[in-house]
Design a protein around this ligand. Structure first.
Ligand SMILES: [Fe+2]
Length: 271
């Protein structure tokens, strides 16, 4: 058992089965689901990978303290957690499916999403594309590869498709804070055999970035690390759950993203 302090409420990680366990009577989650490797077929770099029952990631919907749940729903937000197991398909690190968010009504941009890593190290692949809603090849106009360690956080800018990759040799845990009205569109990423870049493991355990040749590129992927940003409530080693409870209105940009357009990019420092 391993206590995960970055949750901001009592949760432990069971090292024997990769499960999150609420560690107080008042802590719960609303739904749990597990994705296996079969569900990733068509999104992986390696077509020859045929193992179907390898656990990929677990999703815990609306995890938190019961008495604090209303504070999140009052601002139409949700706090969830995802656990990505260690390992690779071929030499590609395990990852989430990848998706775009729907548009915020009347705002001309999609919902952003706050992510904080709780355990391990993640790489977030973010892509801005032209032609998202057409059937042809997508042209990538910006690709941000963010390396995020436990305690660090980022915000996915509006209109950026995104997936999360576990580049650690251990199970990786992260949380998201997102508008409850934000729905996920998986079609463009599926049609393109995954996100615009694959994150692969080198023999020494480090990662490399490989472009997905199902996309056209009018940019080069840029590798970044996050820095604190007061406007977005990003503070290293401070659980966003606690920050949110102390100052919920600070996170209204997750439902009204139009006033923080520069902040979304100020968070990323070129590595
Ligand atoms: Fe998302």
């Amino acid at each position: 058992m391993q206590e995960l302090k970055m949750f901001g409420f009592p949760v432990v990680f069971d090292t024997t089965d990769d499960k999150l366990i609420p560690n107080a009577d008042s802590v719960s989650f609303k739904a749990y689901s597990r994705k296996y490797s079969k569900g990733m077929f068509g999104l992986l770099a390696d077509f020859s990978y045929t193992i179907e029952d390898e656990p990929y990631y677990d999703f815990y919907k609306a995890i938190g303290r019961d008495e604090e749940r209303d504070t999140f729903t009052a601002r139409a937000l949700r706090y969830d957690s995802t656990v990505i197991m260690a390992g690779c398909a071929g030499d590609e690190f395990k990852k989430t499916s990848g998706h775009f968010h729907c548009e915020v009504p009347g705002k001309g941009m999609s919902y952003p999403e706050y992510y904080q890593v709780v355990k391990g190290t993640a790489v977030f692949v973010m892509q801005k594309v032209e032609d998202e809603h057409t059937d042809g090849r997508m042209n990538v106009t910006d690709c941000i590869i963010a390396e995020v360690k436990a305690g660090q956080a980022i915000v996915i800018p509006p209109n950026y498709g995104h997936c999360t990759v576990n580049v650690s040799d251990e199970t990786m845990v992260f949380i998201n804070l997102v508008a409850d009205a934000s729905t996920n569109d998986y079609d463009g990423v599926k049609r393109s055999v995954g996100m615009c870049c694959y994150i692969k493991r080198n023999e020494d355990g480090s990662y490399r970035v490989e472009k997905n040749n199902n996309y056209d590129f009018s940019c080069e992927p840029r590798i970044v690390t996050p820095i604190d940003n007061d406007a977005l409530g990003i503070y290293q080693d401070k659980p966003v759950y606690t920050e949110y409870l102390n100052n919920p209105e600070k996170f209204d940009y997750l439902t009204s993203p139009e006033n923080n357009v520069q902040d979304y990019f100020d968070v990323f420092k070129t590595k």
